[in-house]
Design a protein around this ligand. Structure first.
Ligand SMILES: Cc1cc2nc3c(=O)[nH]c(=O)nc-3n(C[C@H](O)[C@H](O)[C@H](O)COP(=O)(O)OP(=O)(O)OC[C@H]3O[C@@H](n4cnc5c(N)ncnc54)[C@H](O)[C@@H]3O)c2cc1C
Length: 413
């Protein structure tokens, strides 16, 4: 009997897995079904550029359906829950979708309502988020009307998608106000719950140094309990305050709410409990998870989702063939960090190796942890790569899922 693979989520992970599977299973009767609530695929790294007038929302959104290879069925619907024991997905309109194998690729959701003062995010006067299209556009309008004062960027708590994006926002704000000739009238601050600029020491030292060179204050160990729009204050749980005239906030993140409604599938915040090396869900062997939805100890990033895709597809095929899984996902993460003035840093790391200086993917490659124009071009090129290589599920010679060891300089902070 023909098998059915259901993929929940038609974003980065769902799309690339569906396309890779379609190619691997060409000529076989296996049905591949992708479910997503809408047909708007947002290139999320582009949201960073919207507030600074460097991209528009329209330029970074395409049809989801159009990214899927022919032979993949797309259902536009909201997932309500999964009946894990019965191998069934229940959609919000009551439709029942049976599966043989399931991939959860439903990403992370923003949870502004979990922080006092942010429940109305989207309707606040001087607090916005660039983590979704409307917020990014509103922040753009607020920035262009900003004539001076204190601008803060605050990540409420980890985990968040692309943990370096708030730092990039700070660097781009420095560039933006210099371009407008009013940098001397603007105070910039990055407010983080971490004890330094990044989660790992060598990168923290380098990025922290750059923030300080550019006159961007770094406020650490700040656990925001309240965002006071009217009063222009962030208030931490331990009573500290950071004043602002304009704030870019990154709300708390959690997994898609249906995960919590699906018995045994998720952890306390709704991410799928997943084996970090095979990407198989812990609850049942015929379920896999990818991308931001997966509860694995790596960054929530498109690059991670890309690298996971190779291992997940291999393991899903092995599962269908009754073979042992390949426990090879090493947590590989690779991110460009835009630093303004047409330059960027690049970091490359995995579960065991922190971001180190050197070159990627080998000694003659892009500089790591060092500002360069080449990295900035890489960041810009990534959008083309996303639509034309990553989503279609094409292999890139020399760029596999394993983190390259060569080219890295073993230093300590
Ligand atoms: C501002 C910003 C900047 C970023 N910059 C970078 C960067 O420079 N580099 C990088 O690598 N990554 C970056 N990222 C992160 C990257 O975009 C994500 O990690 C990546 O898109 C995750 O892919 P995903 O498939 O897990 O989730 P998504 O692409 O978010 O897809 C999840 C899908 O699930 C659907 N869904 C959820 N719940 C349901 C439901 N109940 N029913 C139906 N459908 C549902 C959603 O509609 C969505 O389409 C950035 C993210 C942001 C927000």
């Amino acid at each position: 009997m023909a098998q059915r693979i259901v993929i929940l989520g038609g974003g980065t992970g769902g799309t690339l897995v569906a396309n890779r599977l379609r190619k691997s299973l060409a000529g076989e009767a296996t049905e591949i079904v992708v479910v997503d609530r809408d047909d708007r695929h947002v290139y999320q790294p582009g949201l960073l550029f919207v507030p600074f007038g460097l991209a528009t929302v329209d330029e970074i959104v395409r049809s989801r359906r159009a990214q899927l290879h022919s032979g993949i069925r797309f259902i536009e619907a909201e997932v309500d829950h999964i009946e894990v024991d019965g191998d069934r997905v229940i959609l919000a309109d009551g439709t029942v979708l049976e599966y043989d194998t399931l991939v959860v690729a439903t990403g992370a959701v923003l949870q502004p309502g979990e922080t006092e003062g942010l429940a109305d995010l989207g309707h606040l006067r001087r607090v916005h988020t660039f983590y979704e299209p409307n917020g990014a556009a509103a922040l753009g309008a607020a920035l262009s009307a900003f004539e001076g004062g204190r601008l803060v960027v605050n990540m409420i708590d980890m985990p968040i998608k692309c943990p370096v994006a708030p730092l990039e926002f700070g660097f781009l704000a420095d560039w933006y106000f210099q371009e407008r000739g009013i940098r001397d009238r603007v105070e910039l601050a990055c407010v983080t719950p971490l004890d330094s600029a990044f989660t790992k020491p060598v990168a923290s030292e380098r990025i922290g140094g750059l923030l300080s060179e550019k006159g961007i204050e770094l406020v650490t160990e700040f656990n925001t309990g309240e965002v006071d729009d009217a009063g222009g204050r962030l208030v931490s749980y331990d009573g500290r305050e950071v004043a602002f005239d304009l704030a870019a906030v990154i709300p708390l993140h959690g997994g898609a709410p249906f995960i919590t409604r699906s018995p045994g599938l998720g952890d306390a915040v709704g991410f799928v409990e997943t084996d970090q090396a095979t990407l198989q869900a812990k609850v049942k062997p015929n379920i896999f998870a990818i991308g931001d939805a997966a509860g694995v100890p790596t960054s929530k990033a498109g690059s991670v989702t890309h690298f996971e895709g190779e291992v997940l597809v291999e393991n899903l095929l092995r599962h269908l063939d009754g073979q042992p899984l390949d426990a090879s996902f090493d947590g590989h993460t690779n991110c460009f960090i835009e630093t303004g003035f047409h330059k960027a840093l690049l970091i490359d790391f995995n579960y065991d190796t922190e971001p180190l200086p050197g070159h990627f993917p080998g000694i003659a490659g892009l500089p790591l942890l060092k500002e360069s124009r080449l990295n900035h071009l890489g960041k810009l090129m990534f959008q083309w790569f996303y639509w034309h290589v990553l989503l279609p599920g094409r292999d890139v010679p020399g760029l596999g899922s394993d983190m390259p060891q060569r080219g890295k300089e073993r230093v300590s902070a």
